[in-house]
Structure formats: C-alpha cells, structure tokens
Design a protein around this ligand. Structure first.
Ligand code: 5GP
Ligand code: ZN
Length: 115
C-alpha cells in the first residue's frame, strides 16, 4: 500500500530500529515509546485492521504470536513479562491502518484494561 507508513518501513523507505525480521514479519521500536520497551510487531502483508483478517491469514497470525515469544526472549523480558495490545478501529484509537501488535515491557503496567 503506497500511503502506508508501516509498508514504507517494510520497504526500507522510512528508517526504523528493527528488532526482528523474517520473510513474513518485522518488529521495530515504536517512535513514541509508552514504556522502556515498546516494540511494534507487524506482518509484512498489508492488512488494515483485525477486522480485515481472512482465513488465509490464520497461520500468519499464529506466527506473529510465536514471534512475540521469540522477541520476548531476545529482549530478556520473558520472566518479568510484557503486555501485548492490538488496537482495532476508531474507538480503540488505532492510528496506523496496518495491523500491529504493541509489545510493552520494562515497567509495571497500569491497572488491567481487560477484565
Ligand atoms: P496505534 O495507535 O495505531 O495502535 O499505534 C500506532 C503506533 O505507531 C503509535 O504508537 C506510534 O507511535 C507508532 N508510529 C507511528 N508512526 C511511526 C513511525 O513512522 N515509525 C515508528 N517506529 N513508529 C511509528
Ligand atoms: Zn501497510
């Protein structure tokens, strides 16, 4: 997608601090970190929101969760833990229309937002 910031990062047209990359997935530091560790994990395939996931994307979505585990180990946060968040649509405040999972770590998180 031509106007997508994250597609531009994938293509190397916009610089980013990459922490992980393979054929299908890339992870990089959020430009405005909300925690000492704030990484965005995204599929290289442009999918706008969680609501645009198709059946054919099921394996890819599973790989993103597996990659989260890999990155947590790589960053040494597997013991203390982390929070993984995906915003979807206007009420969530999603700003970038390319699916991304926020991996937040390095401090105690606030009160649980899911109950
Ligand atoms: P959303 O609100 O869509 O869930 O999160 C989008 C995230 O992307 C925000 O946390 C924002 O700081 C981050 N972001 C937006 N533009 C860029 C960019 O050009 N580079 C990087 N590394 N992060 C970005
Ligand atoms: Zn995109």
């Amino acid at each position: 997608m031509e106007d997508c910031i994250f597609c531009k990062i994938i293509k190397g047209e916009i610089p980013a601090e990459k922490v992980y990359e393979d054929e299908e997935i890339i992870a990089f530091e959020d430009i405005h970190p909300a925690a000492p560790i704030h990484v965005l994990i995204i599929p290289k395939k442009h999918i706008a929101t969680l609501m645009n996931i198709e059946n054919e994307d099921t394996v890819l979505m599973g790989k993103i969760i597996q990659t989260t585990k890999k990155i947590a180990k790589q960053l040494g946060i597997e013991e203390n833990g982390f929070r993984l968040i995906a915003n979807c649509g206007p009420d969530s405040g999603q700003e970038v229309m390319h699916i991304h999972f926020h991996l937040l770590a390095g401090r105690k998180m606030g009160p649980k937002i899911v109950s």
